[in-house]
Design a protein around this ligand. Structure first.
Ligand SMILES: NC(=O)C1=CN([C@@H]2O[C@H](COP(=O)(O)OP(=O)(O)OC[C@H]3O[C@@H](n4cnc5c(N)ncnc54)[C@H](O)[C@@H]3O)[C@@H](O)[C@H]2O)[C@@H](O)CC1
Ligand SMILES: Nc1ncnc2c1ncn2[C@@H]1O[C@H](COP(=O)(O)OP(=O)(O)O)[C@@H](O)[C@H]1O
Ligand SMILES: [K+]
Length: 529
């Protein structure tokens, strides 16, 4: 890999807060980089992307929203360049005061004959809007006429490009402060800002891209250090572990033995979907424990898995595990998909075992009833919890105080429980007990469909069992599983549309996309030679 490629890999993984970004920029300025020169460099890069996406003459008239800070300064430089490139530019500058550099750019742009307005109306018939009202310096709620202007613009249909982040979003939490611009594109400057990856920001961000402006990696490292770094799961991160290497000299038990405890008469499909996800992982041996009345169904559907029928409650849930199951003989145990709370005793049994454990669905509900933190404090082995936000709140009731900042809540939950916590949402985030958080930046609403989580549990558990059998670190495979699951869904939705991807099909696409990963993984390796 060339040093440039290596840098790209590194910066695309980094996610920063507003305070961290200021500190990093502060280091560049302290080292002698003039503020005005940096603004010029950044804004030129933004201008190039604007022109590439919206060339003349398809787009003639561009409205530029200019705020009081350096986000507004960036916007004014873009406005100037668009003017010289032949676009008709109109500027909305709602606030009279501005920072000195922004004011200077404003004067010059006005001297070129570009029109400035303090009302939004003259911009409403523009073909394109560039939003430079606020960046990471937004510190309080937007209100009054400015808020009305933004709301008015959001009713319009022309495309909007936001510089750095959609104005009105909190840089760290993605919360809407009063109101916010609904962008079609967000050109995030220098480093990815944390707020863009919160689910609550998704409706505002549009398609996000990073505009690199050559921040030296050493400055990023000095500011971020090892304290609680937040990362994006990039393809390079996920493909570092995919596919798992399989030596010539091996056998099925060396490639991981997973026990999945799942299903009930009420939720038969959940057991199957977990099994299909596990199967796609390539795990060497798959044993699935289900209520005994489900055994014929499961055996027919999954010929390659060993199906164990368990004693059953009157309600059709697993009452307990049969003596034939020796928990200590498995590399990993997945428990919970479709179990119902009547299967609670089994959850207690697997929590008591010394095996690496993945808990989902009713496994999590059972854990919440037992008391998450005290129960997990008894466990020494690796534990992965895979809640959706509803289950997360049940597991960690105190997290509700931080409903707007789920990343912070996730980090705390993981640190306090000692478990790896995969918070499944539109942009799934994984918290690790060391305080680090990994966020999957790319997914599809095709996954918002019953059963897709069961497939993910199976996939994650299967990967985990293989890693444990092979004595590889398991933690990074949680990232790989989330990424692989989302990429399979994206690929399936590309062929079948977002409405056409059911969970069985999703499990098939897990395998269909794998050869592509092998090829790109090989490419990455070749480049590094
Ligand atoms: N220094 C530079 O040349 C660079 C500038 N960049 C740009 O600079 C931005 C950060 O600049 P700033 O720190 O100036 O911050 P912003 O431009 O985001 O906004 C801060 C300004 O808005 C005011 N303000 C905050 N909340 C307000 C509210 N609710 N209503 C009215 N006024 C409000 C503040 O008093 C301050 O004047 C980045 O987002 C980015 O666009 C960097 O990305 C690249 C380097
Ligand atoms: N809007 C969305 N965009 C992307 N992924 C989503 C979205 N909604 C749900 N998902 C994903 O779908 C899966 C749903 O899992 P879960 O809630 O456990 O459902 P189930 O129990 O029906 O399988 C998770 O992986 C989640 O991240
Ligand atoms: K902005």
């Amino acid at each position: 890999m060339t040093p440039q490629q290596n840098r790209q890999h590194q910066i695309h993984q980094v996610i920063v807060t507003s305070a961290q970004m200021s500190a990093i920029e502060g280091r560049l300025f302290a080292a002698g980089m003039p503020v005005a020169a940096l603004m010029e460099k950044v804004a030129q890069a933004v201008f190039q992307r604007v022109v590439a996406l919206y060339p003349r003459p398809r787009v003639r008239r561009v409205g530029v929203l200019v705020g009081p800070g350096h986000n507004g300064g960036d916007a004014l430089v873009v406005a100037r360049e668009l003017h010289f490139a032949g676009y008709e530019v109109r500027i909305y500058r709602p606030l009279a005061k501005s920072k000195e550099l922004t004011g200077q750019h404003g004067e010059y742009v006005a001297s070129l004959g570009v029109e400035f307005f303090d009302q939004i109306e003259p911009l409403l018939d523009c073909d394109l809007i560039v939003d430079g009202l606020f960046g990471f310096g937004l510190e309080r709620s937007i209100s009054g006429e400015l808020a009305q202007g933004i709301d008015r613009l959001n009713e319009q249909s022309q495309p909007v490009i936001s510089i750095d982040l959609p104005s009105g979003l909190h840089t760290d939490t993605g919360a809407v402060l009063g109101t916010a611009i609904q962008a079609n594109h967000t050109f995030c400057l220098g480093l990815w800002k944390l707020g863009l990856f919160h689910d609550q920001a998704l409706a505002y961000v549009g398609k996000a891209e990073l505009i690199d402006f050559d921040i030296p990696v050493k400055d990023i490292q000095v500011v971020l250090g090892d304290r609680n770094p937040i990362h994006r799961i990039t393809s390079a991160v996920a493909l570092a572990h995919l596919p798992l290497p399989r030596p010539q000299l091996t056998h099925k038990y060396k490639e991981g033995h997973l026990l999945a405890i799942c299903g009930s008469q009420r939720y038969m499909g959940a057991a199957l979907l977990c099994g299909l996800g596990a199967k796609a992982s390539g795990v060497g041996m798959l044993t699935i424990a289900v209520p005994k009345s489900l055994k014929p169904y499961m055996s027919q559907q999954l010929a390659d898995a060993l199906i164990v029928g368990c004693p059953e409650t009157a309600s059709g849930a697993i009452a307990d595990l049969p003596d034939s199951i020796d928990l200590s003989s498995f590399d990993a145990i997945a428990c919970g998909c479709g179990l119902t709370l009547d299967g609670m005793e089994v959850v207690q049994a697997v929590l008591d075992s010394d095996r690496p454990l993945i808990l989902d669905a009713d496994g999590l509900n059972a854990l919440a009833q037992l008391g998450t933190i005290p129960t997990l404090s008894q466990r020494a082995a690796f534990t992965l919890l895979t809640p959706h936000p509803g289950e997360f709140k049940r597991l960690f009731p105190n997290a509700q105080d931080e409903a707007e900042d789920l990343v912070r809540a996730l980090r705390r939950a993981s640190e306090q429980s000692g478990a790896v916590v995969m918070l499944k949402q539109a942009r799934t985030a994984i918290g690790y007990p060391d305080g680090s958080v990994w966020i999957n930046p790319e997914s599809t609403p095709a996954l918002a469909r019953g059963g897709s989580g069961d497939v993910l549990t199976g996939l994650s558990s299967g990967l985990m069992a293989q890693a444990i059998a092979r004595k590889l670190p398991v933690e990074p495979l949680v990232q790989t599983a989330v990424w692989w699951h989302a990429q399979a869904a994206i690929s399936a939705a590309g062929v079948r549309t977002e409405l056409g991807v059911d969970a069985v099909m999703l499990s098939e696409y897990l395998l269909r996309v794998l050869p592509e990963f092998v090829r790109s993984g090989n490419d990455l390796e070749r480049r590094s030679e």
